[in-house]
Design a protein around this ligand. Sequence first.
Ligand SMILES: Nc1nc2c(c(=O)[nH]1)N[C@H]1C(S)=C(S)[C@@H](COP(=O)(O)O)O[C@H]1N2
Ligand SMILES: [Mo]
Length: 526
Amino acid sequence: MSEIETPETDLESSLPDEPTTGRTAPGRERMAGVLGAGVALATTELVAGFSTRIPSIVESVGEAVIDLSPSTLVKFGIETFGTNDKPALAVGIVVICVLLGSLVGPATRRRAWVAPVATSIVATLGVLATVRNPLASGWWAIVPAGVAVVLGSLAIYYLLQLASGASRPAATTEDRRRFMLTAVGGLGAVVFAPIIGRRLANRASIEATRAQVDLSTVVTPSTLPPFQEALAIPGMTPLYTPNDDFYRIDTAFTVPQVDPVGWSLKVKGLVDNELEFTYDELLARATTEADVTLSCVSNRVGGDLVGNARWTGVPLEDLLEEAGVQPGGTQVFAKSVDDFTAGFPTSIVGDGRTALVAVGMNGEPLPTRHGFPARLVIAGVYGYVSATKWLDEIEINDWENNHGYWISRGWSKEGPIKTQSRIDVPSGPVAPGTITVAGVAWAPTRGISKVEVRVDEGPWAEASLGPDIGDESWVQWFHDVELAEGRYVLSVRATDGTGATQTDMTSNPAPNGATGHDMKRIDVAI
Ligand SMILES: Nc1nc2c(c(=O)[nH]1)N[C@H]1C(S)=C(S)[C@@H](COP(=O)(O)O)O[C@H]1N2
Ligand SMILES: [Mo]
């Protein structure tokens, strides 16, 4: 306030009035606050790059938000942003800090203690979030948090000082320019510091280690028929989903980087012998291959949270046999390094379905995003009850009293995969004449016996099926229809291996998987 009331000094009052820059004093103060918040946030990310022990506070806050959010919100995030839900969350965190900064700037101008107190409160919340994060090591977050409070506050003080200089009635162009240049420079630092921090932190990425793993010695030659080519229909979904295109769903804010050196898989709980396997021990035993379609329970009808891959691993049945499951051990409950859990009945292991501790996917070491070094793949049940990635331990416990991550969040305890079919072709307008309709259908572990297509409310016509690679995988299908110009709705339905036809009753993904027929509108025009 005092500066604003200060009468113009004689020296400068003789100068002609500077044209106003359009930025009021509160505007500059807000900028100072926002930049200070940016400096604080950027500092935490930069410092996190210096040592693998120092966690990213933004990451941990993201994990905490996901963990503490009502499951409907997490679901909304996944459905709205798809695999981009994590970046969207990070942007949200940054936006909140920027908004806080815009309040803290002007407030600090009036009371100097506001900046250190406000940054300390936010920093403390950040530290608490990292302490509850199983992937972060203890209280190390105090280091970046402390540095951020100091640098953030100093940045606000310095910028406020420049701002007040630039906002005096007697301010010169030089004053304003100094403020703007400092602000722009600060912004640059704020943008680049986290990039540098990330670069440094990525040295800890496990990608290089993963690239060293050689699976070729594990299964030679392949016990399965060679990879089948997709049907020669443009736009057709490939029979095997390339690893890079495979859907990814998990609660991990950043992909866990698990070093197989020092990692081991424990089998414990209601067993006669607790077991522990190093990565090399698992690799040596990973001689089983299976083609299995994996699906997320959140997949809507016609959605793409489903994929098919050739998995390489160790049969879970063998491990459980060695461990000796005790009578009360009715559930296989697998925990990940980041504390995700999923459980399924022990009885489904050994009922004939594929149940693997998988270390390979489509002939490659398990990709980091998909659970390196090891994950579970259980045919016929949705991922949320079975497919734990970044495995840490398999506990045998009782089904009644132990519940996986999504069960207490309102999803069904059991999650058998429902029979589904999807239309992928055509995906845009087509010319009149013969039109090939194509897609995939799946019902692991029952298999698909028939796929039917219809136009509008017309009769169902049986489609041709692509190569059969087993009941646990999806099947490609195609069917030709003759259509004149116009607008039509194509529908598809599948019949599983037991003869049961996919229901047309529509239901949402929650609590145990969507139902209904996939329908696509197509425009046939010249
Ligand atoms: N550690 C961990 N494993 C997990 C999850 C998770 O959140 N964390 N999500 C599960 C869910 S809901 C699904 S659908 C599958 C998805 O596996 P994918 O990302 O390899 O496709 O992983 C499962 N395994
Ligand atoms: Mo899922």
